[in-house]
Write a new protein. Structure first.
Length: 269
């Protein structure tokens, strides 16, 4: 079976953003049902494309909407997803953690992966984990919203991760697509989730005395949607640097092995 993950982000503006990124993971059959429900919602509420920034500022399709209409749309989005998705995964990465545990200790020759790129990489790891939970023969394809400046770099991360996995005997990744919500409306659902989680993160940071943490949900039963929220930790960031060093050492070992073999042949002559 092929699983598809739709990815979008929120809270990426400003020089030091605390970024939120969401992946919606489901099988192709599940996405057909979800797309049908989304069309009905677009018709009912008379909107074309959901953009979190427009929804928040009540511009574009959402100009003049009442508070109750906005709440109703978010509630109905939740109804579409409940019980139809395999997993909704949201990662958050605070700029301070990114700066102190990645940027400031980055080796000179390591790629300067953006905060956006590391959020994507964490989501990719989670998606692979949940796909494999359903069986080792399943595959994964990703569709990433194209609006962010660093979105194109996710193609490199997807390709490099696939190469590493294949080297370890795991052939799970299939296609990667960069698309707009106009081209692929299902990306709206990832935007809705990222927007909602970003709102919660702002409340947690700026109004801690009023913030009420949602109780931890029990493990989903078969047929229910799973909901995963994960902060990207300093340990995860430093692990990416450790992997870079290990890869360089492996390549150096291979180079030395070939060089020694060549020297041995040369000496025999």
């Amino acid at each position: 079976m092929l699983f598809l993950g739709y990815i979008d982000e929120s809270d990426t503006h400003g020089p030091e953003p605390d970024m939120v990124m969401t992946a919606m993971l489901a099988s192709g059959r599940q996405w057909v049902q979800i797309r049908r429900q989304l069309r009905e919602l677009q018709s009912l509420y008379q909107f074309t494309t959901f953009h979190g920034s427009e929804f928040k500022s009540q511009t574009g399709d959402f100009r003049g909407w009442s508070e109750w209409k906005c709440r109703g749309l978010l509630s109905d989005f939740g109804q579409i997803l409940s019980g139809r998705l395999t997993e909704c995964i949201t990662t958050t990465l605070r700029y301070r953690d990114y700066k102190e545990n990645f940027l400031e200790i980055l080796p000179p020759k390591m790629h300067r992966t953006s905060q956006y790129g590391l959020c994507f990489l964490a989501l990719l790891d989670y998606c692979i984990f949940y796909v494999r939970e359903h069986g080792h023969h399943h595959k994964l394809s990703l569709i990433v919203e194209s609006g962010h400046n660093n979105a194109r770099d996710t193609a490199r991360l997807f390709r490099e991760h696939g190469t590493i996995l294949k080297g370890g005997g795991l052939d799970i990744l299939r296609s990667y697509t960069l698309a707009s919500k106009d081209d692929n409306p299902l990306l709206m659902l990832a935007d809705v989730s990222a927007y909602g989680m970003a709102q919660r993160e702002r409340d947690r940071r700026f109004n801690p005395e009023k913030f009420v943490e949602t109780p931890k949900l029990p493990a989903p039963q078969p047929g229910q949607t799973g909901w995963t929220r994960a902060d990207i930790t300093p340990e995860y960031l430093r692990r990416q640097i450790d992997l870079f060093h290990q890869d360089r050492q492996a390549k150096m070992d291979e180079y030395l092995k070939r060089k020694i073999a060549w020297l041995s042949l040369k000496n025999e002559k």
